[in-house]
Design a protein around this ligand. Structure first.
Ligand code: N01
Length: 890
């Protein structure tokens, strides 16, 4: 490895460095090298501290046999300089560790980076000196460096975890760690070798160790999903796309889900025929592309049933390769969903277990009792070895950062601040630690993305921030606690709609004993993350407080308040360019409304569904009855669909009715009241009231329990349900045991704050709402309680209520006002405000997964009103649907 500049560094490295620079950067891997280059280009002085004796970071340390990247090298390379791109040629699709290390050496030389890198130097502490507005950095070489900005470019997987195996340290033979492999390699010829661990490092190294060792024993705790990398020359399609227009190719990567150009799939795995699904999986398998499966279907990362189809496909592949059925079974992952633990690409991994010199020990069946001086004792037997290889992983994302004693304002330690999990703003900064930046820190896409793309984005963002500070004579920057708390919440909300939290993975910190169980990276995607960072800048560096001779300034706030899946839906609506309902004729509006439902998930299976008619106020009206699969009789929920009294029918809220039926274990009767403008106010409520009376009187016939009847409605349907409760109170019946009003219209006052704040951009708009009211009721009628239940003089004696409101809904405030008024009148009322949701979120079953909690609360309220206990169906309603989730490299 040529090391230009090393001589100079070696000459000076024993002399402690006592100086001041603009920026200290820790780490000389992909992140540190680009940081140094970019900062220099911007005119900042910088020094990089690096523990190793050369550049490379992860590619310096991980020299185990078979180590190579599993994002294609064309993608896993810098894009900041077209000249660099032009002059470097990758020899393989997935380059080996030595080739990647050569590349980084080349980059270091090409940009003369080594002269500002202090090798063989470990940072010991970093302390913020508030008075001097400087960081003081101390190293194990006695350096004390003062700097204005301190950047941790230490990588996400650079601190190997200490193996938590009993007897660790006793073994007297050779011991190796994949993450700290000897530089001159290891020859296992004639040796009896044990490998502990079957993550990416184990899976890459096992086939090659098996070729040398006289006997290889693999100790596996969790089988992982892996498939052939099909390595070879750079694929021609990728190369053609890249060579045709490199700049466009790179730009597409920057605005992709995982940092590699690809389309986001909108297709749900369960919406296509099994043969079509299988063909997509076969194509993904044949492609040797790590991201192929998340690109194939939108829901494999969030829907357990969809994910299971992929798991089963991959399990079949394992069975088809591994000859011994018992070994095949042991190698088959069964305890986690595909992608929730980092999947791998391999070369001959499963085939290796067909070799006579390889055996597998499943330590869940036969646990390791202890490592001994000469081998490993499991519960059932003793094994003798000449060499042990630990491929047991890393203290990921937070480990490398808290390994340094970092102290911010008032001497507060970062390790202490993060005791319960990392708290960052954008994964870039953390409150209380001014002028401190992390590259690909926790809370950024990092390990779920092509790291190089994420690194370049972070570095460019930081450099631009520093440039702006210099221009505006600002010398301190720090995120506000509001911004940080908002980001942490958003990161968690995003993870919660995926399957990731279900696995004991290093993404969750679950591999390190005692580490808090928190999902560490940001799952929203590289594109959305980049947009967010750009938004922060555009909104005057939202959430960052600056100070300096140029003055103090802060635009405080939370950058992303919408739930991730709501954001996705709004993007799609914009992309499809749907017409504005209020500009359409009523028939066209109805057709558009109906068209929006085409292709949506159908909702869960219920026991049975039957359509019928019942007497409305002016003639028969249709109803649809959903009965749970559990034995009846059941209590009854009468449901009123949404659609502004103008749109909607039995079909429009069908998935929501199914969901209600399953979750509440009640019969749901959805009523098709007459619509405006053909039948204006009060036709809808009169029909609704007639229907409730008939259903109450005919509960037996419907399979229901007489006297156990609750109402539920969404939007205009919520208005109807609320009004009927008032009508029933006035009429002395029928008895209604509870009302669930989901984002109800309660009062046509368009001056409320929510009409102003959320009047545009969240599907239901203020003009649309005015259009609905205009079709439904004359202005004089609108103030009657029969149209505006909030206007009722007295709300006392109404049935207990749950009122659901959504943060980004024009109707938010009138719903909240109704809940408040009910409670003030002594009605047992609960108000459920839904953070980050829009008017249409709650009924969007299996589309807006983040509203699952609200749907569960609604069912719980109905069960409470109806006095029923939890049915099994509720537990079955797990977490289906449409959230594309990246599975990237680390
Ligand atoms: O580490 P891991 P890794 N007893 O944590 C097992 C990136 N990477 O170094 O799953 C028995 O994935 C542990 O078992 P379990 C990539 O992001 C990329 O392999 O915890 N077993 C697991 O099988 C990757 O995900 C490439 O039950 C024990 C294994 O050790 C990340 O680095 C190549 C144990 C650890 O797997 C980490 O990969 C290599 C115990 N006490 C790495 N403790 C590329 O290709 C742990 N294990 C780009």
């Amino acid at each position: 490895m040529p090391k230009q500049g090393m001589a100079a560094d070696r000459r000076s490295r024993d002399e402690p460095m006592n100086s001041e620079v603009d920026v200290v950067v820790v780490g000389a891997g992909f992140a540190g090298l680009y940081t140094l280059h970019r900062l220099r280009r911007a005119g900042f002085s910088a020094v990089v501290l690096e523990r190793a004796d050369d550049v490379g970071g992860t590619w310096y340390w991980n020299r185990y046999p078979g180590a190579r990247c599993d994002i294609e090298s064309l993608d896993y390379s810098y894009s900041f300089d077209p000249e660099l791109e032009k002059e470097w040629r990758w020899s393989e699709r997935y380059a080996t560790q030595p080739e990647i290390l050569r590349y980084l050496g080349h980059v270091a030389d090409r940009y003369d980076l080594r002269r500002d890198i202090r090798f063989e130097t470990r940072i010991e502490s970093a302390t913020w000196d508030g008075a001097a507005r400087r960081w003081r950095i101390r190293t194990d070489r006695g350096d004390e460096i003062r700097c204005r900005f301190y950047v941790m470019a230490t990588g996400c997987l650079s601190v190997p975890k200490t193996p938590d195996v009993p007897g660790y340290g006793r073994f007297e033979g050779d011991v190796y760690f994949t993450g700290r492999w000897p530089h001159d390699g290891v020859d296992f010829t004639g040796k009896r070798v044990a490998v502990i661990g079957t993550g990416s490092s184990g899976i890459q190294s096992i086939p090659l160790i098996a070729e040398q060792a006289v006997q290889l024993t693999v100790f596996q705790r969790t089988p992982n999903f892996t498939r052939p990398a099909h390595n070879g020359p750079v694929t021609s399609t990728k190369k053609v796309a890249y060579e045709r227009d490199r700049a466009a190719y790179r730009e597409a990567a920057r605005w992709s889900l995982a940092g590699v150009p690809s389309e986001r799939s909108l297709v749900r795995a369960l919406s296509v025929a099994p043969e079509e699904r299988r063909a997509a999986y076969e194509a993904g398998y044949a492609s040797g592309d790590l991201l192929a499966f998340s690109a194939a279907f939108a829901d494999v990362g969030s829907n357990p049933e969809a994910n299971e189809t992929l798991c089963e496909f991959l399990r079949e592949k394992i069975r088809s390769i591994v000859r011994d059925p018992e070994t095949a079974d042991a190698l088959t992952p069964k305890n986690h969903y595909y992608g929730t633990k980092r999947p791998c690409l391999d070369t001959n991994y499963y085939e290796t277990f067909n070799r006579p010199n390889v055996r597998l020990v499943d330590v869940r069946r036969d646990p390791i009792k202890t490592i001994t001086e000469h081998g490993i004792d499991t519960a059932s037997r003793s094994y003798g070895f000449d060499a042990l290889v630990f491929a047991t992983g890393f203290d990921a994302l937070t480990g490398p950062i808290v390994a340094v004693d970092i102290r911010g304002r008032e001497g507060r330690s970062l390790a202490e601040k993060w005791m319960d999990g990392p708290k960052t703003y954008l994964g870039l900064m953390t409150t209380g630690f001014p002028n401190f930046f992390m590259i690909t820190g926790p809370g950024s896409p990092s390990v779920l993305s092509n790291m190089v793309v994420s690194i370049e984005q972070h570095v460019d963002w930081i450099a631009a921030c520093l440039e702006r500070m210099r221009a505006e004579r600002l010398d301190v920057v720090e995120p506000t606690s509001v911004a940080e708390a908002g980001w942490v919440q958003h990161v968690n909300d995003c993870a919660d709609i995926t399957l990731f939290p279900t696995a004991d993975s290093w993404y969750m910190g679950a591999n390190v004993p005692g580490k808090p169980r928190v999902f560490l990276p940001y799952v929203g995607g590289v594109d959305r993350y980049r947009k967010t960072c750009d938004d922060v800048v555009r909104r005057a560096y939202l959430g960052l407080a600056f100070d300096g001779p140029g003055g103090a300034r802060c635009a405080d706030g939370v950058v992303n308040r919408l739930q991730l899946d709501v954001w996705t839906v709004l993007d799609l609506v914009t992309e499809f360019g749907l017409p504005r309902i209020e500009t359409l004729s009523v028939p066209d509006a109805r057709a558009t409304f109906a068209a929006m439902a085409i292709g949506r998930p159908p909702g869960p299976e219920v026991g049975d569904v039957a359509d019928g008619t019942l007497p409305g106020a002016a003639g028969p009206i249709a109803y649809r009855r959903y009965r749970p699969a559990s034995p009846g009789p059941h209590p009854i929920v009468v449901y009123f669909h949404g659609g502004g009294w103008v749109l909607g029918d039995l079909e429009s809220d069908d998935p929501f009715c199914r969901d209600l039926c399953c979750r509440s274990d009640a019969i749901v009767v959805s009523v098709e009241y007459r619509l405006a403008p053909e039948a204006r106010f009060p036709a809808a409520v009169d029909d609704g009231f007639a229907a409730v009376r008939w259903i109450a009187a005919n509960a037996d016939r419907l399979g229901g329990v007489p006297g156990k009847l609750a109402l539920c409605g969404w939007s205009a349907g919520g208005n109807i349900a609320a009004v009927i409760c008032q009508m029933a109170r006035a009429a002395g019946g029928p008895a209604i045991v509870g009302q669930v009003l989901v984002t109800p219209a309660t009062d046509p006052d368009f001056t409320r704050a929510s009409y102003v704040e959320n009047g545009e951009g969240y599907i239901l708009t203020t003009p649309m709402m005015k259009w609905f009211w205009d079709h439904y009721a004359d202005p004089a009628d609108r103030t009657q309680p029969k149209a505006a239940p909030l206007r009722a003089r007295d709300l006392a004696g109404l049935p207990p209520a749950l009122v659901v409101t959504c943060e980004f809904d024009p109707l938010r405030d009138e719903g909240a006002a109704y809940a408040e008024a009910l409670a003030a009148a002594g009605v047992d009322t609960r108000h459920l405000p839904c953070r980050g949701q829009i008017h249409t979120s709650v009924p969007a079953v299996d589309v807006i997964l983040s509203a699952r909690g609200a749907r569960a609360e609604i069912a719980a309220a109905l069960r409470r009103f109806l006095g029923t206990t939890l049915g099994h169906a509720e537990q079955r309603r797990a977490r289906p649907a449409v959230a594309a989730v990246p599975v990237g490299t680390g």
